[in-house]
Design a protein around this ligand. Structure first.
Ligand code: GLU
Length: 472
């Protein structure tokens, strides 16, 4: 089946059904977990010069089992109701998997942001936010948007400002949106969070010797070959952190204009510089150009990272994929029929709802920061630092030896906000993978990581519905 024949929401439901059959939950409860609770479709006019553009936009709240609901806002021409519903559903499962206490939501505005000036984009964003306020679809305890494909911290700042204009005096207003600029109630480490989460998740997966043996791989990230589709926020940070902190050998990269390959490795920072100077990743010194950008998906590598849009690996190209592990940094990059082919080939797929959950995890930290009205680390940084210092003094006194100045600095450092964010994110990715892997290894009916992730999510959401007293 080619990707056009697949409803994205239907694919998510197919994956859900496959996994749900290995839980013992009653069918009524499963139906409730699966359903989209609220779909808000809007059209609003925005004056552009002498003309009016009527913009089509959505906000979908998939599940109200926990509030607020949470999920990004996408600006793209591909936006339609089916896509936003699918992405909102994935958010519910994603939040459950990483124990972020939110329901799932997603927004979409059907525009090509490259065709508008920043001023026009601001107008569209403010109007969209106003529509959300009007229908009570935004608020720190209601529904909290964030960046997604085509949006970033700039748009989030506009959303916050619009919200505050209407909700003057609301003390927790800053928590109405996450992914904001750090100087506007954002949090350190949010921009890189999804990519960093992908790296931590991969590192954890690669640490299990028996799983790696089955794939013919050694443990650890060092020297593993990687191909990445898409150098947006998620793709770029995944590449950069995997290369710098994990020693990964990045051999192939694709972007809108094409794909390149170099078996000896592509220096991601040098490539970004080249793209800035020439406007393209093509003809990067030392690398060869691939014939077509989608060939990045078919490169022989250890780890393939689709980090662009959904349904890029489908029935038509799945058989050509040669990677041993696929990390779904994008949401929904593999259609169910493609997945069957890939699993048959013995490929390990780390599903979107786990591997790209770093973004929403750090969004949760940002929201908590907004509600506490204080940055992380402010209370304990100096206290910890002094305590460590006393300890080092004691060691020095009792041993009669002095540690080096460099070592003292390292040993006595109190945690800054970014240290705590990274630590919380790493802890989340490790713990969640443990839970998923446990289901994958112990439940005889579960044969792949995506189904295990779904089972983990379904059970947690199911428990929430039961404790709410909605289901017996
Ligand atoms: N758009 C991101 C995602 O798909 C982040 C959502 C959020 O932080 O709420 O997971």
């Amino acid at each position: 089946m080619s990707r056009k024949d697949y409803s994205f929401f239907q694919s998510v439901e197919d994956y859900f059904d496959k996994a749900a059959s290995s839980t013992n939950l009653p069918s009524g409860l499963l139906k409730q977990i699966k359903a989209c609770n609220a779909v808000y479709q809007m059209r609003f006019p925005v004056k552009m010069g002498n003309d009016y553009h009527v913009i089509e936009a959505y906000r979908v709240q998939h599940s109200h089992h926990r509030l607020p609901t949470k999920g990004g806002i996408r600006y793209a021409m591909s936006v339609n109701q089916d896509e936003v519903m699918a992405l909102a559903a994935l958010m519910s499962y994603k939040c459950a998997i990483v124990d972020v206490p939110f329901g799932g939501a997603k927004g979409g505005v059907k525009i090509n942001p490259k065709e508008y000036t920043p001023r026009q984009l601001q107008k569209i964003t403010r109007r969209y936010t106003t529509e959300l306020i009007r229908k009570n679809f935004i608020g720190p305890g209601i529904d909290v948007p964030a960046p997604d494909y085509g949006t970033g911290s700039r748009e989030m700042a506009w959303i916050l400002d619009t919200y505050q204009t209407f909700k003057n005096g609301e003390i927790d207003a800053a928590g109405c949106v996450t992914g904001k600029p750090v100087n506007q109630s954002g949090i350190q480490g949010r921009t890189e969070a999804t990519g960093r989460g992908v790296f931590y998740g991969l590192k954890q997966c690669l640490s299990y010797a028996d799983d790696m043996k089955k794939l013919g791989l050694t443990t650890g990230t060092e020297g593993k070959t990687m191909a990445i589709q898409g150098l947006g926020n998620v793709g770029y940070h995944t590449a950069s952190i995997s290369q710098k902190e994990g020693g990964v050998n990045l051999i192939s990269v694709s972007e809108y204009e094409g794909a390149i390959y170099n078996k000896d490795g592509i220096d991601i920072d040098a490539l970004m510089k080249h793209r800035k100077e020439t406007g393209s990743i093509m003809d990067f010194p030392g690398s060869k150009n691939l014939k077509h950008r989608d060939l990045v998906l078919e490169v022989d590598c250890d780890i393939l990272v689709p980090a662009a849009l959904e349904q890029v690996i489908h029935g038509g190209n799945a058989k050509n994929v040669k990677a041993k592990i696929i990390a779904e940094a994008a949401n929904g990059p593999i259609t169910p029929d493609a997945e069957a082919i890939l699993l048959d080939k013995g490929i390990l797929i780390l599903p979107d709802m786990y591997i790209n959950a770093g973004g929403v995890t750090v969004s949760y930290f940002e929201w908590l920061k907004n509600l506490s009205h204080m940055r992380f680390g402010r209370m304990e940084k100096r206290f910890d630092s002094n305590a460590y210092s006393n300890l080092v003094d004691l060691v020095e006194r009792t041993t009669g030896k002095q540690v080096l100045k460099k070592e003292r600095l390292l040993l006595t450092k109190g945690a800054d906000e970014v240290d705590l964010v990274r630590s919380g994110l790493e802890e989340t990715m490790i713990t969640s993978y443990g839970q998923i892997r446990d289901i994958w290894k112990r439940n005889k009916k579960v044969n792949d990581v995506r189904s295990a992730a779904f089972v983990s999510a379904i059970k947690k959401i199911g428990n929430d519905y039961v404790s709410l007293g909605i289901f017996p």
